[in-house]
Design a protein around this ligand. Structure first.
Ligand SMILES: Cc1ncc(C[n+]2csc(CCOP(=O)(O)OP(=O)(O)O)c2C)c(N)n1
Ligand code: SF4
Ligand SMILES: [Mg+2]
Length: 282
């Protein structure tokens, strides 16, 4: 049963995947958890002016340094003998793939015992839908009004290349898979990283009632893959879907101006990604 570590009356947008992801992650980790959240849409969960909706100890980091804050808190807890308390970084894609990447990379290289969850809404949403390193090719944002022309970074593989004990991808549409991965992350002997696909109705231009449908279609078309890398071993958790990517793109206004050639290019990218991750699974 959901205990609920977030008060009701939250002010995320209707249909926000990030909030569902946060609730699932907090619920899975439980009360012995200290949370670090940088600026971004999730900052609303940390609160402001001395008030917070979150029933867990939480600090708002700056955007560059979520993993550094988490590392420092981990060190303090260890000195106090509180090894059983988990430290969770919960950050967006801009704060993870771009602005906070150096501190995350440093923490991973030191193999800090922290859990880092990136909710990926594929743009800087909180400041007005600007393109990030995680925005997919072709997507409209306010800084890519004609569609992004370059590919997205492969964040999960960037983290796997640090050879930390646990890396996983997840999706808001598969909460049991997400929860199982969070549990595994909490048992890792070092840095654990989970990259969660988190559709954003406001920025992706779809109705709030369609969040889970959009997220599920990403997996069913191979636009998002669900796998984990445990101590270097890759396991695909849900069979990568092979429906045409058009089925995912057509649900969202941000892709409405794509040409046939651009759709073909995204299809080729999805096919290549599927083949690449399959090749890692031995
Ligand atoms: C160094 C720095 N640059 C810019 C900002 C302004 N800023 C605050 S929140 C935010 C968006 C963060 O995007 P993301 O991490 O993807 O989270 P989202 O808003 O999408 O949830 C930005 C750019 C900042 N706080 N710090
Ligand atoms: S802009 Fe998107 S990610 Fe941010 S609160 Fe609204 S729905 Fe959630
Ligand atoms: Mg974002």
């Amino acid at each position: 049963m959901m205990k609920g570590y977030l008060s009701s009356g939250m002010t995320t947008c209707a249909g926000c995947a990030m909030e569902l992801v946060a609730r699932t992650v907090f619920e899975t980790l439980g009360q012995n958890t200290v949370v670090v959240i940088p600026p971004g849409c999730a900052a609303i969960l940390a609160g402001y002016s001395g008030e917070t909706p979150l029933h867990l100890p939480v600090v708002m980091s700056n955007l560059e340094a979520t993993a550094a804050f988490a590392s420092g808190i981990r060190a303090g807890l260890d000195i106090l003998g509180k090894e059983n308390v988990q430290v969770l970084g919960f950050a967006g894609d801009g704060g993870t793939a771009d602005i906070g990447l150096q501190s995350l990379s440093g923490a991973a290289e030191r193999n800090e015992r922290i859990i880092y969850v990136c909710y990926d809404n594929e743009a800087y949403m909180n400041t007005g839908i600007q393109s990030s390193g995680s925005t997919p090719t072709g997507a409209w944002t306010t800084t890519t009004p004609a569609g992004k022309t370059t590919p997205r970074k492969d964040l999960a593989q960037i983290m796997a290349a640090h050879r930390i004990p646990y890396v996983a991808t997840a999706s808001v549409a598969y909460p049991e898979d997400l929860s199982r991965k969070v549990k595994k992350a909490s048992q890792a002997q070092g840095t654990a990283f989970i990259h969660v696909h988190s559709p954003c109705p406001t920025g992706w231009r779809f109705p709030p009632s369609k969040t889970i449908e959009v997220a599920r279609m990403a997996v069913r078309t191979g636009m998002w893959l669900l796998y984990e890398v445990e101590n270097g071993k890759t396991t695909i958790n849900i069979k990568p879907g092979d429906l045409p990517v058009q089925r995912y793109l057509e649900l969202q206004g941000r892709f409405k101006n794509l040409s046939d050639a651009e759709v073909k290019a995204l299809q080729a990218e999805a096919d290549a990604r599927r083949a690449f991750v399959r090749s890692l699974q031995t």
